[in-house]
Write a protein that binds this ligand. Structure first.
Ligand code: SF4
Ligand code: SF4
Length: 114
C-alpha cells in the first residue's frame, strides 16, 4: 500500500501535515511530517510531496512523479528540501482507524492504494 495524492483537490490547508506529525511523534507540529505541500509558482498550484522509504513521491495536478534521492524537485524550490531528511511514510500501519492524514484531509485528496 502507498499513499496517493489527487492534488487537483488540494487547497494547501496543511492539516494533513499536522496529522502525520502527530502520528510520527504525538506532537502538534508539522516539522516531522512525512508529507508536505508546496506551491508551484510558475504553474500557480499546490502539489504534495510524500517521503517514502526509497523515493520521493510528488502528487501534482498533472499527475504523479517518483524521484530518487538527489534528483531535483522541479518547481518546488528550496522549501522542499527538509522533507528529504524526514522519516518515511509507514502508511500508519499501527493506527487502528486508518491513516491519520487521510482521515484529516477535508477534501478527499489523500488515499491509500495498492
Ligand atoms: S499515511 Fe500516515 S505516515 Fe503516511 S503520510 Fe499519512 S499520516 Fe503520515
Ligand atoms: S489536508 Fe488535504 S487539502 Fe489540506 S493540504 Fe493536506 S491534502 Fe491538501
Amino acid at each position: 500500500m502507498d499513499l496517493k495524492v489527487d492534488a487537483r483537490k488540494c487547497t494547501g490547508c496543511r492539516i494533513c501535515e499536522f496529522a502525520c506529525n502527530y502520528h510520527q511523534d504525538e506532537t502538534i507540529s508539522s516539522i516531522g511530517s512525512s508529507l508536505m505541500f508546496y506551491f508551484e509558482e510558475k504553474k500557480n498550484y499546490y502539489g504534495m510531496m510524500v517521503k517514502r522509504a526509497k523515493t520521493l513521491y510528488l502528487g501534482r495536478p498533472e499527475g504523479e512523479q517518483l524521484l530518487k534521492p538527489g534528483e531535483q524537485i522541479e518547481g518546488a524550490g528550496a522549501s522542499a528540501k527538509p522533507i528529504l531528511l524526514r522519516v518515511a511514510c509507514d502508511c500508519c500501519e499501527d493506527e487502528d482507524d486508518g491513516p491519520l492524514c487521510v482521515r484529516a484531509c477535508p477534501y478527499g485528496v489523500l488515499s491509500l492504494e495498492g
